[in-house]
Design a protein around this ligand. Structure first.
Ligand SMILES: Cc1cc2nc3c(=O)[nH]c(=O)nc-3n(C[C@H](O)[C@H](O)[C@H](O)COP(=O)(O)OP(=O)(O)OC[C@H]3O[C@@H](n4cnc5c(N)ncnc54)[C@H](O)[C@@H]3O)c2cc1C
Length: 211
């Protein structure tokens, strides 16, 4: 449960500098993804031999607008949320996505995200729950008539729960987090982007610490 939403966000993978390139002779304190970014940035100035010797490098490159260096690292997330959310999510073009298919997977059980605004309101909650059950009832009836899942799914709601794997490089991830944690963003999206922000601040504090 994130901010009242029954959604899930997990970090599946994050880029790291190869251990064969990582200096073993000094304490770097840098996470492996930040070591890669620092390597790329130092290469521009011919100072890769100083890798890990000063902790403020990445922030100073970001401050001067030398942002392409953070594109070398990416993170991959598992997200379980509504199709309302993923419809907005995939508008972010500089990313890669793999989403649970409603053509090949039957949505046999009602699985949907209930906005807390509706869960809190008794009458609104009742109307919403009935709409969900009616939609799934219609879906199952169509399947039982022999209609293919890819056609029967037209009756399923926006609230239908889905799963998606998304990969973004750190530059796009910063842009995404800034945009999608703002108060203007969809509350469910804010919840998901907020969790991604929390994770990335832990994983790469020099890249995401200012957000
Ligand atoms: C509060 C809010 C309300 C919104 N309302 C609507 C709405 O009513 N209707 C609607 O259709 N969308 C809406 N959107 C979606 C919005 O318009 C963007 O499509 C979405 O946020 C993706 O962001 P982005 O364009 O920065 O794309 P990303 O794909 O994340 O791209 C990142 C950056 O790369 C650059 N870039 C990428 N592609 C191009 C390109 N082709 N040309 C030039 N530069 C490029 C831009 O600098 C861009 O900011 C809304 C978004 C928000 C946050």
């Amino acid at each position: 449960m994130i901010e009242g939403y029954n959604v899930e966000v997990r970090l599946l993978a994050i880029t790291a500098l190869s251990p064969s390139e990582t200096p073993l002779d000094r304490e770097t304190n840098l996470p492996p993804s930040e070591l890669l970014i620092e390597y790329a940035g130092r290469l521009c100035w011919g100072t890769t031999d100083k890798l890990g010797t000063s902790t403020g490098r990445i922030q100073s490159w970001l401050a001067m607008g030398h942002e392409s260096v953070i594109e070398h690292a990416s993170a991959t997330f598992y997200i379980r949320a509504s199709r309302v959310l993923t419809h907005e999510l995939v508008r972010h073009r500089l990313a890669s996505y793999s989403q649970r298919s409603q053509r090949y997977v039957r949505e046999s059980k009602p699985r949907y995200v209930t906005p807390p605004e509706l869960a809190r309101d008794q009458r609104g909650g009742e109307i919403f729950e009935k709409a969900m059950l009616d939609a799934w009832d219609a879906y199952m009836q169509l399947l039982n008539l022999g209609v293919r899942p890819e056609i029967a799914r037209y009756v399923l709601p926006n609230a239908c729960e889905t799963e998606i794997v998304m990969s973004m490089n750190f530059r796009e991830l910063r842009h995404f987090i800034k945009l999608r944690t703002s108060k203007r963003s969809l509350p469910e999206m804010r919840a998901v982007a907020g969790e991604m922000k929390r994770i990335m601040k832990e994983q790469a504090p020099r890249v995401f610490g200012d957000l």
